[in-house]
Design a protein around this ligand. Structure first.
Ligand SMILES: *[C@@H]1O[C@H](CO)[C@@H](O)[C@H](O)[C@H]1NC(C)=O
Ligand SMILES: *[C@@H]1O[C@H](CO)[C@@H](O)[C@H](O)[C@H]1NC(C)=O
Ligand SMILES: *[C@@H]1O[C@H](CO)[C@@H](O)[C@H](O)[C@H]1NC(C)=O
Length: 197
């Protein structure tokens, strides 16, 4: 291979890598919602924001509270993601208008409470996931993945995606599919406001 061929090959390969997703491959479900947004920041700043549960209310228009709890729903001292722990979420679907801060009140008509299992905390791969755990999986299941990739030149790709399964998933899609999509997009925009100032 001449140097020019090798150079073009490397260029093509780096282009592919830059555009590839850091979300894992998962089986298809009934429907999914996802968001992706490029941010001018560092991967560690995004990781810190996503794992700092107590600070969610100050920027997140979708997840207004994320509390690590015992199986009996008592709040734990360690409020950061740990695999196999339970997570209580209070969310807004559709989302609150941006910007939000910790004093922004919920819209009670759009408030949902959810219990999740924290399934993956992967600081080396820059991925996090939790799975809906309030119903048996054949009734409703969904694992929400978030992933970060370094695009170089001070740019970072933030991605989130949840694929829903189970007998209630078509109903969830009809009632909340559009609102959930708005909420995923709004969380990405909230992160951008937080990290780009
Ligand atoms: C998400 O849904 C779209 C169609 O709406 C589909 O093309 C895509 O394969 C789905 N992704 C996953 C991971 O299920
Ligand atoms: C679980 O804990 C959260 C946060 O402390 C609380 O808001 C929620 O009402 C509790 N759920 C139940 C069923 O007690
Ligand atoms: C959540 O965790 C509990 C106990 O660790 C387990 O019994 C349950 O199947 C899990 N649910 C999901 C949806 O992963």
């Amino acid at each position: 291979m001449s140097w020019i061929v090798r150079y073009l090959f490397a260029l093509a390969l780096s282009g592919t890598l830059v555009q590839s997703s850091n979300l894992p491959e998962v089986p298809p479900g009934v429907f999914n919602v996802s968001a992706q947004l490029e941010l001018q920041t560092t991967t560690s700043a995004v990781w810190d924001a996503l794992t700092n549960f107590p600070a969610y209310a100050s920027w997140n228009p979708f997840v207004r509270a994320a509390i690590v709890v015992t199986p009996l729903n008592a709040s734990l001292d360690e409020q950061y993601p740990v695999e196999n722990r339970r997570l209580f979420l209070r969310t807004q679907t559709p989302p609150l208008p941006l910007p939000v801060n910790s004093d922004t009140p919920d819209n009670p008509l759009n408030t949902q409470l959810a219990y999740e299992n924290i399934t993956h905390v992967q600081p080396d791969l820059l991925r996090l996931a939790w799975a809906y755990a309030a119903t048996p999986p054949d009734v409703l299941a969904g694992e929400r993945w978030q992933a970060i990739s370094d695009l170089g030149n001070g740019r970072v790709l933030y991605e989130s995606r949840e694929v829903f399964h189970g007998a209630l998933a078509p109903t969830l899609r009809d009632l909340y599919g559009a609102g959930l999509q708005e909420s995923f997009d709004a969380q990405a925009q909230g992160l951008k406001l937080l990290l780009e100032g």
